[in-house]
Design a protein. Structure first.
Length: 334
């Protein structure tokens, strides 16, 4: 039984054997993400003091202006994972194409690929609102020792071996799953160590919080409009409270602790919504399901969607089980 205040390092070793493919490689990979997270956290915490806020001057493949911290975090995670010779491929929101990484050790061929949103909630960087990093891990499907291909990344979410996020907020936490529940670790900045602070995290079945950018309301499908109206009606335990930080990681984290639903639906201006299937929706869906919550595009289980492109977007509804099912019922009714 995991002990509160156990360090993340101890937890990883203790749970290594319960992992289906346990060879220590995944443990080393999560430890590498922990290391990169501390470096990025250090920079995030002093955003505003150093020249790390504002636009970097380039746009990414999504057509979004890259923030300096997007680029910094992207470089730090890629460097750390590459230097520690722990993965055979990386895909990132900030990279047009996937990166193939040859092992530096001819006697050892890496088996994992990582998909990452290096900095989630970019619009909140300059205004001191919590942001995050999201990661998703798969075993490669192509032969070990050969260069990875797109097939290694376009796997359904139900094939993930691990997923998680780092939240850079009032405190810095790593929250992740390897398919045996969800655990949260808080950084003690004085000594630079993550401690188990939130063992076995669970979405309450019901909640009273809905998170959606209502500024897009007029463009939403009728089903979503009706569900939002339902949340706002004076009836039973409603109206619910509207909370929207604009950082997926932070809205998800709050809703997982308090009970709630996050929605980024499709709309008449963006037919597939905004969020990216591979490095935003799939990892959050894996966490949600491991925490007894639910994640869908309004009709289909997110993790059963067959990806076709590296940066494809999907409508996303995620959170407390009964709330997501209610929203889906409104979507079906249209
Ligand atoms: O400003 P909008 O359109 O509501 O979008 C906010 C959503 O977009 C995101 O910022 C997209 O993520 P990135 O910041 O990684 O691009 C989510 O974190 C957030 O939930
Ligand atoms: Mg994001
Ligand atoms: Mg991002």
């Amino acid at each position: 039984m995991s002990k509160r205040n156990q360090t993340l390092g101890e937890f990883i070793i203790e749970h290594q054997s319960s992992f289906k493919y346990s060879s220590g490689e995944l443990s080393r990979l999560i430890n590498s993400i922990r290391l990169a997270a501390k470096v990025v956290n250090h920079e995030v915490n002093k955003a505003g003091l150093v020249d790390i806020i504002g636009a970097a001057g380039d746009t990414n493949i999504q057509g979004e202006d890259q923030q300096k911290l997007d680029v910094y975090a992207n470089n730090k995670f890629i460097q750390t994972l590459t230097n520690r010779n722990i993965v055979c491929g990386i895909a990132s929101e900030e990279e047009d194409d996937f990166i193939s990484i040859n092992s530096q050790d001819e006697n050892h061929q890496n088996k994992y690929v990582v998909l990452i949103d290096p900095l989630d909630g970019s619009s909140n960087i300059d205004v001191n609102v919590s942001v995050g990093t999201i990661f998703s891990i798969y075993r490669r499907v192509t032969p070990v020792g050969t260069p990875v291909t797109l097939d290694d990344f376009l796997q359904q979410g139900n094939k993930q071996v691990a997923a998680g996020y780092i939240i850079y907020g009032t405190s810095t936490m790593i929250v992740y799953t390897t398919g045996a529940g969800v655990n949260g670790f808080t950084l003690n900045p004085a000594i630079g160590t993550f401690y188990l602070s939130h063992p076995n995290m669970q979405f309450p079945k019901d909640g009273k919080i809905y998170s959606v950018n209502e500024g897009n309301y007029i463009h939403f499908p009728q089903g979503i409009k009706n569900y939002i109206k339902y949340c706002q009606m004076e009836e039973g335990d409603r109206p619910y409270t509207s909370r929207y930080i604009g950082s997926l990681v932070s809205d998800f984290h709050r809703n997982m602790i308090k009970g709630g639903i996050y929605m980024y639906p499709k709309s008449s201006v963006s037919s597939n919504g905004k969020l990216r299937l591979l490095y935003e929706c799939n990892p959050m869906a894996f966490l949600a399901e491991q925490a007894n919550g639910k994640a869908s595009d309004g009709f289909n289980r997110i993790m059963d969607i067959q990806p076709t492109e590296l940066h494809q977007r999907v409508p996303f509804i995620c959170g407390s089980l009964n709330m997501v099912e209610k929203a889906e019922a409104f979507m079906r009714k249209g």
